[in-house]
Design a protein around this ligand. Structure first.
Ligand code: FES
Length: 178
């Protein structure tokens, strides 16, 4: 498994904070997901070995908490709140519009790998319902009729991600070493 030296260092430092290694499970999974984007079965086995537990014990944690992912996600992660205030304000229609404009079904990643759309529960911004979170950015009052505009912005984000990725020097290339 390819983790950066920085993440490996953070993992060891995190484990050292707990009297029992297994208590570090959640923060370690966060650290790894932050870098790799998801937690594959191979990754979970690696964590299990690192913490001296069975792989199933790590899988139980990964599949229990909705913030962990076993599958890779798209370049842009779109989360539409569907809890009461948002649902009553049109979140379902907003989500359908985003699905249509981004050509991506909720719960799935688009075929081009650009978007993942998910329904999520309350993200604590109920007064501005319906609310959509795109990566780390929150969009409030996203009525169905405003979803088209948001979809356009999301498309630009995916395009910018692709450009950034193309410009990031790859390991073992001259550009990587400056
Ligand atoms: S119900 Fe959507 S943010 Fe709370």
């Amino acid at each position: 498994m390819n983790l950066s030296a920085e993440t490996l260092e953070k993992i060891d430092a995190t484990i050292a904070q707990f009297p029992q290694k297994r208590s570090a499970t959640l923060p370690i999974l966060h650290l790894i997901q932050e870098e790799l984007g998801h937690l594959s079965l191979e990754t979970q086995e690696w964590v299990a070995e690192k913490l001296g537990v069975q792989p199933i014990q790590i899988r139980e944690v990964v599949t229990f908490y909705p913030m962990y992912r076993e599958e890779p996600i798209g370049k842009v992660h779109v989360k539409v709140c569907r809890t009461l205030s948002c649902a009553l304000s049109g979140a379902y229609k907003t989500c359908e519009k985003l699905e249509e404009k981004l050509n991506c079904k909720r719960g799935k990643t688009s075929a081009d790998g650009n978007y993942t759309i998910e329904f999520v529960e309350c993200i604590a911004c109920c007064g501005s319902a319906p609310v959509v979170q795109v990566d780390d950015k929150l969009y409030e009052n996203v009525k169905p009729e405003g979803a088209e505009e948001l979809a356009e912005e999301i498309k630009k984000m995916a395009a910018a991600e692709a450009t950034n990725a193309a410009e990031t020097p790859q390991p073992q290339t001259p550009a990587y070493f400056g």
